[in-house]
Design a protein around this ligand. Structure first.
Ligand SMILES: *Cc1c(COP(=O)(O)O)cnc(C)c1O
Length: 362
């Protein structure tokens, strides 16, 4: 049987059935129903944040928090991410400015930030890529100096903590994705956390067409509400999250045992002040006996589908390629050409991990 890079977790069927049963009595399917409210509060507690606003997906959550913050001009971000990060900037009529990443953990390099700030800069949008937490303290220091907003794309960092605090507590706001392929999911879904209650209030309004009352539409919002079926899936998945992460941890540890200390194979750095979620297992092949593309093909011959995640970088996408000079982010290009994300999900057997590693190393 083939192995894909990820596999969505599902609760026992009966559990989901039980969770959605009440909807056949209430006929309340969306618009902040009981499931939505219960999940929002449970996740807020779980993430240990002040305010949380649920969305129908992570991308719209990001688009709307950028709108809520009333940003203007330029937003500095990383090209080493999923398309969503930059698209959210551009779809708000803002100009992305690409900052290179650190070779050590692939997150935005704060030492390059100041040179990119102009009088048009209004915000920084870094990504906790693969769950690697950004250099939060250095980024905030620069943001404070230039009076910039900081919005974290925390799509990969659900359930993580940094120096003992929930990862959603930093910057002005953080976006989470609950897409089916993420560590915790609501089929499709997302959220914004923020310590600022007025941002939360604005998000509630924006995700429901800018409506504040039956006859009051005060802003040009959209529709990005999470529905009751999504919330019910979230309530079920949340009950199993601890064991899911524990199983992922075992898979990651097995990969590490097998691949540590091999010349030319660079594993993801473990961050001492972070409790991680084991979301991804990126490997960089740098002067290894096989190139990244060769490893990718070797695995494919055995019906094992790793992903070149993130390749290509966003600033080389066809929709942006004429506008940016990719030579300005050489580290991102270097990593993108060499990185491969190996299969990782809770039910991946340790035997399969061994098999994958054997194919890579022989
Ligand atoms: C998944 C993801 C998103 C978008 O989230 P969706 O819920 O799929 O809309 C944004 N940024 C990153 C880095 C992601 O991995």
């Amino acid at each position: 049987m083939s192995i894909l890079v990820t596999r969505s977790s599902l609760p026992p069927f009966e559990e989901f059935q039980e969770e959605i049963q009440s909807m056949w009595e209430t006929h309340w399917l969306t618009n902040l129903g009981v499931k939505h409210c219960e999940l929002e509060e449970k996740l807020r507690t779980y993430l240990d944040v002040f305010n949380l606003s649920l969305f129908t997906n992570g991308h719209l959550a990001l688009e709307m928090v950028l709108q809520a913050l009333e940003l203007t001009g330029e937003v500095i971000t990383t090209p080493f991410s999923f398309a969503s990060t930059t698209h959210a900037i551009v779809r708000n009529g803002l100009e992305p400015v690409f900052c290179d990443i650190k070779a050590s953990d692939y997150t935005l390099d704060p030492s390059l930030l100041e040179a990119l700030i102009t009088e048009k800069t209004s915000a920084i949008l870094p990504v906790h890529v693969y769950g690697n937490v950004c250099d939060i303290d250095a980024i905030q220091k620069i943001a404070d100096k230039y009076n910039l907003r900081v919005i974290y794309d925390a799509a990969h960092a659900f359930a993580e903590t940094y120096k003992g605090q929930g990862i959603g507590n930093f910057g002005d706001a953080s976006m989470f994705s609950f897409h089916a392929t993420k560590v915790f999911h609501t089929i499709e879904g997302g959220a914004v956390s923020t310590s600022n209650a007025s941002i939360k209030q604005k998000l509630e309004m924006l995700k429901n067409f800018g409506i504040t009352g039956p006859e009051d539409i005060v802003d040009v919002g959209g529709n990005a509400k999470m529905n009751e079926f999504q919330a019910a899936m979230g309530l079920c998945n949340l009950r199993h999250l601890g064991e899911e992460i524990a199983k992922r941890k075992q898979v990651v540890e097995r990969y590490r045992e097998n691949l540590t200390g091999i010349s030319g194979i660079k594993l993801n750095t473990v961050q001492a002040v972070v409790i991680e979620n084991y979301a991804y297992f990126p490997v960089v092949f740098d002067q290894y006996r096989y190139t990244r593309d060769q490893v990718f093909e070797k695995l494919k011959e055995h019906e094992i589908y790793a992903r070149k995640y993130f390749y290509p970088t966003i600033n080389t996408f066809a929709c942006y390629s004429d506008r940016y000079d990719v030579n300005e982010t050489p580290i991102a290009q270097y990593i993108a050409d060499r990185v491969l994300t190996l299969p990782l999900y809770a039910d991946l057997s340790l035997g399969d991990v061994d098999r994958i590693c054997d194919i890579i190393t022989t």
